[in-house]
Write a protein that binds this ligand. Structure first.
Ligand code: ADP
Ligand code: TRP
Length: 331
């Protein structure tokens, strides 16, 4: 049985990009793998969230996870900071990680550009903490979206380096995973290639959006004045509408609008109306469960406590082994 590990930062509600890039895979994998899904609250501290909001954000993500279909009876679902053993593994791994290689990471360079006044050491060390999350449970597979590919390559490098330095075959080399296909990237409603709450809130449809909000957002999505020639290549914003439709609508619906586009008969208003309805149909059952879970604090607390206990047991074992391999001994 493979071990699967993945995490999502509690920086807001979960959107369709999180769902199709990561969550959908988690949900499928939990039936026949040993799965650990966690809320990466340490990682979210790199952008200095307000202390008063942190716990609420974590709770919201936990609720979205459960409502989308992660089953705490099948998977271990926990909050990263409930398992501080990950900090020890980060420290131990970071002794064999070089500052130069961290400075070359695309996500770090992007953050330096975006938040020049807050280039903290946590940002630089982000890939080491992420590798520790994954290696903590000796994962085989990591379901994530395409943007996380480089972090996974680094995790494999760090794991291999550890094995090599200590002459052991301890860590497996985990791979970024998407069911039977390439890693996915769901586009935004604003014409951008990635739906992302960090880039532009307006690009996102959240699993917890009310149907009226979804309809409004989709109707406002960027489009253009329509094709003037048959089979014309699509502009990015139009590609995006079709990609979203491919994710949530039936193949027949998608083929219908492809045909309308290719024969220059498309009316984007009609396409958006259909897309909005298909998104609402897709999110409605999840949204109903979100509303129920929001009023069930006792259940949410129980899930988080049970998950923390199971994750700590797995983490203790790994950190114990790693200490031994490194030569750390108790008096
Ligand atoms: P955001 O980019 O909105 O801040 P996160 O960085 O917290 O979202 O992403 C959490 C998970 O969701 C990661 O596995 C990431 O790869 C995936 N993900 C985020 N946005 C998308 C997207 N637009 N398409 C596919 N996967 C995505
Ligand atoms: N870096 C991931 C993101 O921004 C979140 C994350 C943290 C993660 N640790 C992880 C994902 C471990 C998979 C495995 O989305």
């Amino acid at each position: 049985m493979d071990t699967v590990v993945s995490g999502i930062r509690p920086t807001g509600f979960l959107h369709l990009g999180n769902y199709f890039g990561a969550l959908r895979n988690f949900i499928k994998m939990q039936n026949d793998n040993n799965c650990f899904f966690f809320i990466a609250d340490y990682h979210s501290l790199t952008t200095h969230p307000t202390p008063a909001d942190l716990h609420t954000n974590i709770k919201n993500v936990l609720i979205d996870y459960l409502a989308a279909g992660i089953d705490p009876e099948k998977s271990t679902i926990y909050v990263q900071s409930d398992v501080p053993q990950v900090c020890e593994l980060t420290t131990l791994l970071s002794m064999n990680v070089y500052v130069g290689e961290l400075q070359r990471v695309a996500s770090f360079k992007e953050k330096v550009r975006r938040q020049p006044n807050n280039v903290n050491a946590g940002l630089l060390n982000y890939p080491v903490l992420m590798a520790a999350d994954i290696l903590l449970h000796r994962a085989d597979k990591v379901p994530v979206g395409k943007d996380q590919e480089q972090h996974l390559e680094m995790t494999r490098d760090f794991a291999q380096r550890f094995n090599h330095i200590y002459g052991v075959d301890y860590f497996k080399l985990p791979v970024a995973y998407n069911f039977g296909q390439q890693l996915v990237k769901i586009p935004g409603l604003d014409g951008s290639t990635k739906m992302s709450k960090s880039d532009n809130e307006a690009s996102c449809i959240y699993l917890s959006d009310e149907p009226t909000v979804i309809r409004k957002k989709v109707m406002k999505a960027v489009s253009d004045s329509g094709p003037t020639e048959p089979n014309q290549p699509k502009a990015q914003a139009i590609e995006n509408l079709f990609a979203l439709m491919a994710a949530v609508s039936s193949p027949e619906t998608l083929a219908f609008f492809e045909e309308k586009y290719n024969t220059c008969q498309i009316r984007y208003g009609d396409m958006k109306k259909q897309l909005a309805e298909d998104i609402v149909n897709f999110t409605a059952p999840i949204y109903e469960r979100i509303k129920e879970l929001r009023s069930n604090d006792e259940y949410i607390n129980r899930v988080a406590r049970q998950g923390a206990e199971k994750a700590r047991a797995s983490a203790d074992q790994t950190v114990g082994n790693v200490r031994e391999i490194i030569g750390i001994k108790h008096f």
